[in-house]
Design a protein around this ligand. Structure first.
Ligand SMILES: Cc1ncc(COP(=O)(O)O)c(C=O)c1O
Length: 348
């Protein structure tokens, strides 16, 4: 870093979040960043084309139509919805609002590795609660002291779905502190906790259009929470944080939600079929409720490299406790056949 730049010292001490590789090409089988292999509803493209004629005008600053559509979809008030540039922006806003210098964010480990990076960006730190056998919540997670605790449900990279009773207990025992349930993958699990918002004012739910709705390239996420929280976060978001195309496209995706359900069902079916095949090949595969599987094998790192040489990208996390697994996004049946054929050669 150049000593001539007046940058704050914490930046030199932090590492950036490492997203999965975004390689492209006709021969790449891309199963590494939990995208949806199917296109969004055709209504989305129709809306984008028509809205493109208005790009000379600023978008609605609070994404009001989209928030209205989301409020109706979830049965909550418009004022309980905040929309952002991917759920990553929503998570950043939450952490910005709660975590100050030296304060801690709480999370389980393993989980989504962006959270600690965001905490560092606000000079905070992270308390990790190691999951038992990669899947079970430890007892001390419930009463922890952090002002904000973030739990994805289902939780990547394994795909564990925590129960509603566990989330109720988290909200109860962390009263007065924020409990964020990151439901990025919830449509694949079909068991959300939106109904708990009435009872728990400290509960916040984040969602994304990147996974089940096939819109990772657009960047749309949102949160559902108390009206007070949304009003406060509105003060620190960018004034025009959502462009016109994203606002109309996401609203069209909600209006044609049956298209998402059809794709979701195909992915869930393929996930369960692939899990059985992987088990037959000798992997241990914990039950997943997301659009991905975590396949455990003592030679996982080698398998990752050999797949890569064959143009098949999966995700390998070179960190404890994940070194013995590869995370495989569920693609089309054709992509999964290619993956399984390659693994048969590799394992055999
Ligand atoms: C648990 C979890 N939350 C949030 C996100 C980010 O979603 P978005 O694309 O809306 O920023 C991801 C992306 O992989 C994720 O795994």
């Amino acid at each position: 870093m150049s000593p001539s730049l007046p940058l704050r010292p914490f930046l030199a001490k932090m590492d950036a979040y490492k997203p999965g590789e975004q390689l492209d090409g006709p021969r790449i089988v891309k199963l590494n960043t939990n995208e949806n292999p199917y296109p969004p509803s055709p209504a989305v493209l129709t809306e984008i084309r028509s809205e493109a004629e208005r790009l000379h005008l600023y978008p609605n600053p609070t994404s009001e139509s989209l928030r209205r559509a989301l409020a109706a979809y979830h049965g909550v008030e418009l004022e309980q919805v905040l929309v952002g540039n991917g759920s990553d922006e929503i998570l950043r806003l939450l952490i910005h609002a709660v975590v100050g210098p030296g304060q801690a964010l709480g999370m389980v480990n393993p989980s989504y590795s962006l959270y600690p990076v965001l905490a560092k960006a606000f000079e905070g730190r992270t308390n990790y609660y190691p999951l038992i056998d990669l899947v079970r919540l430890p007892e001390d997670v419930f009463g922890g002291p952090e002002p904000i605790f973030i739990l994805p449900n289902p939780n990547p990279p394994v795909g564990t779905l925590f129960t509603k009773a566990e989330i109720v207990r988290l909200c109860r025992e962390r009263k007065g502190r924020m409990v964020v349930i990151d439901e990025a993958y919830v449509d694949f699990a079909q068991r959300d906790v939106v109904s708990l918002l009435v009872e728990f004012k400290n509960l916040v739910i984040t969602r994304t259009f990147s996974k089940s709705f096939s819109l990772a390239g657009l960047r749309v996420g949102y949160l559902l929470g108390s009206t007070d929280l949304v009003a406060e976060l509105m003060k620190i978001k960018d004034s025009y944080n959502m462009d016109r195309l994203s606002q109309v496209a996401a609203a069209a995706a909600v209006a044609s939600v049956e298209s998402m359900y059809r794709n979701r069902d195909r992915i869930v079916e393929e996930r369960d079929r692939t899990a059985e095949e992987l088990i037959r090949l000798g992997y241990r595969v914990p039950e997943s409720h997301g659009n991905f599987l975590f396949a455990i094998h003592p030679r996982a790192a080698e398998h990752y490299s050999l797949l890569r040489q064959r143009g098949i990208l999966v995700r390998y996390f070179d960190q404890e406790p994940l070194r013995e697994g590869i995370r495989i996004t569920i693609g089309t049946p054709e992509q999964m056949r290619a993956l399984l054929a390659a693994l048969k050669e590799i394992v055999g």
